[in-house]
Design a protein around this ligand. Structure first.
Ligand SMILES: NC(=O)c1ccc[n+]([C@@H]2O[C@H](COP(=O)([O-])OP(=O)(O)OC[C@H]3O[C@@H](n4cnc5c(N)ncnc54)[C@H](O)[C@@H]3O)[C@@H](O)[C@H]2O)c1
Length: 254
């Protein structure tokens, strides 16, 4: 059973929605936020339908003023947040040579700046309340392993990985732990993974399967729990072993 209040960004669908539902089922009050306000409200409604405590809020993580307003509204409705999950992120495909500047900016602003702005607001509130709390940032295996068409995403997630370590150093003395999860290929709702890409990717995953949203939500829940009380500043791959390297045998098949 986990207590307290959590803010989840990008909670309208995909991993954010699963994380919100999982932490609510574990006993936390949840502020489900998303740039798509009606999707955020739908996540909150799914939680309250199961007797959980939740609030759905429209929030664009690129907007510092909106973050302050949303976090204050969440505090008034369901209590001061004790945990934050920086999940909102975008990963459009675009090769570098023809990438519009606006696409680069959108990815960096959402994935990296949004993570910074939300964490800064959360921590200011936590320190004003005496400290303590936990943050989980959504990085990606893309932080460590490049893919054609994902240069902007990889750069943003490598930034999230280092930002996680800096946050852990600066905010650990306030009793605030900051960790990150680096998902591999996870099939979110709507199954938007191209079948050909998936078929090519599967041989690179030692466990032989793609991930599912509960694989990520369970890891986030663990990192926020007391069981992870001495874990601070890690970027934890949840990828079936993809980041181990190349699963190839030089002298033939296994
Ligand atoms: N699915 C994967 O395979 C995978 C792998 C590695 C990392 N990730 C990371 O996990 C996170 C969630 O990914 P997903 O697959 O669930 O994505 P998704 O596209 O299914 O959901 C992302 C959610 O974020 C919201 N969002 C987008 N821009 C926003 C903004 N500016 N402010 C607030 N909300 C915004 C969207 O409306 C959407 O509800 C992202 O940070 C992503 O980079 C996902």
């Amino acid at each position: 059973m986990q207590q307290g209040t959590i803010i989840v960004t990008g909670a309208g669908r995909g991993l954010g929605r699963e994380i919100a539902l999982t932490l609510a089922a574990a006993g936390m009050a949840v502020a489900a936020t998303d740039v798509d306000g009606s999707a955020a409200e739908a996540t909150a409604a799914a939680i309250t339908a199961k007797d959980g405590r939740a609030l759905g809020l429209s929030l664009d993580v690129r907007d510092a003023t909106a973050i302050k307003a949303a976090f204050t509204a969440a505090e008034k409705a369901i209590g001061l947040a004790t945990a934050l999950v920086n999940n909102a992120g975008i990963y459009p495909d675009n090769t570098l040579l023809d990438m519009p500047e606006a696409t680069w900016d959108a990815v960096i602003d959402t994935n990296l700046k949004g993570t910074f702005l939300c964490a800064q607001r959360f921590v200011r509130q936590r320190i004003a309340a005496g400290g303590g709390g936990a943050i989980v940032n959504l990085a990606s295996t893309a932080a460590f392993s490049a893919r054609i068409g994902a240069g902007h995403n990889s750069a943003s997630k490598a930034g999230v990985a280092m930002l996680t370590r800096s946050m852990a150093q600066e905010w650990g003395p306030h009793g605030i732990r900051v960790n990150a999860v680096a998902p591999g290929l996870i099939e979110v709702e709507g199954n938007r993974v191209n079948p050909e890409y998936k078929a090519n990717f599967l041989p690179m995953i030692p466990l032989g399967r793609t991930g599912q949203p509960p694989d990520i939500a369970a890891t986030v829940a663990f990192l926020l729990s007391d069981g992870a009380a001495f874990i601070n500043g890690v970027v934890l791959p949840v990828d079936g072993g993809f980041l181990t390297g190349r699963p190839l045998q030089r002298s033939g098949g296994i």
